[in-house]
Design a protein around this ligand. Structure first.
Ligand code: ZN
Length: 308
């Protein structure tokens, strides 16, 4: 199986090298914003760790097959429970107890901590104990949106892989390879609207009329009419959706980019559309912090009324 990420050549070199000589680090942090492929990479490393074939992950052996369908008994993932924002210390304690159990099928066990940046200090310190003296044949993979939320002591015990957005042409090539229905121009526009984040661009492009796209179209229509109430109603669905909000905002920007290119009728000038595009882009940066999403939407709604 070839390396699954686009771009990220340094990460690719380090990981493929480690796998090839059978020296996958026992503790790994995969860091990067949503849509860059953190989970895809974690899955690739996990499969390589349990693979019993040649050229791991071979995707031919039973171990790889189980890893691929997320059913391998030696690969476990923990994440914040549904409705909770962070991983609890009790979950880390359970994970540690589990880590001392021998592998069931493979030569190693893999524990993926999804959303590691949500662990509080107590949880991280609890995890630290096992990272300091790891049981044999265990690999911990911490998936984090940013390493800034992790303790230095945790970071120093792990090998860090920071993912970045690929070059535009690489990203276009990748998405073009996934579908023959989209024009290169559409792909470039979608990538531009979301800062070349492939995951988000694929969400924007997937199916021409998915729920996010429809919501974004309606949001922009309401924005043009300065219809604050309708904008608020549409935004309400995403106010509690930290995961979906990025895709929604990227979809709004994509719709604005279409409007700038006059792909549909509107009285608004391209200049004003561009002004709004820039305003949304500026507000979008706040999504990387822990901004209250109601405040975020209030901001882009006010800007629409001001500009249009
Ligand atoms: Zn295999």
């Amino acid at each position: 199986m070839s390396f699954p990420l686009v771009g990220n050549s340094k990460v690719k070199g380090a990981i493929c090298g480690a796998i090839a000589c059978g020296k996958i680090p026992h503790a790994i942090i995969i860091e990067g914003e949503k849509g860059l492929g953190k989970h895809t990479l974690a899955k690739y490393i996990s499969a390589a760790a349990v693979c019993s074939g040649d050229n791991a992950p071979c995707l031919k052996c039973a171990q790889c097959h189980l890893a691929d369908i997320d059913s391998h008994p030696d690969i476990a993932t923990i994440a914040a429970p549904t409705g909770k924002k962070s991983i609890a210390v009790a979950q880390i304690r359970e994970l540690i107890a589990e880590a001392y159990v021998k592998p069931h099928q493979a030569a190693r066990r893999v524990f993926i901590i999804d959303g590691a940046h949500t662990m509080n200090e107590q949880s991280q310190n609890t995890l630290l104990k096992v990272l300091e003296e790891p049981p044999a044949d265990i690999i911990f993979i911490l998936i984090a949106e940013t390493k800034a939320m992790l303790l230095d002591t945790i970071i120093s015990r792990c090998v860090l892989f920071s993912l970045s957005v690929p070059e535009e042409n690489e990203a276009v090539k990748y998405i073009s390879g996934k579908t023959d229905k989209l024009s290169e121009k559409d792909i470039r526009e979608a990538l531009n609207s979301c800062g070349f984040n492939i995951g988000t661009a694929l969400n924007v492009l997937s199916g021409s009329k998915n729920a996010v796209k429809v919501a974004a179209e309606q949001f922009l229509e309401a924005a043009i009419k300065k219809d604050e109430l309708s904008m608020m109603k549409i935004a309400h669905t995403y106010e509690k959706d930290r995961v979906g909000v990025d895709g929604f905002v990227a979809a709004i920007k994509y719709e604005i980019s279409l409007a700038i290119k006059k792909k549909y009728k509107s009285k608004i000038t391209a200049k004003k559309m561009f002004e709004y595009y820039e305003a949304v882009t500026l507000y979008e940066k706040n999504l990387k912090t822990n901004i209250n999403l109601s405040l975020f939407f209030a901001g882009i709604i006010c800007k629409a009324v001001e500009i249009f």
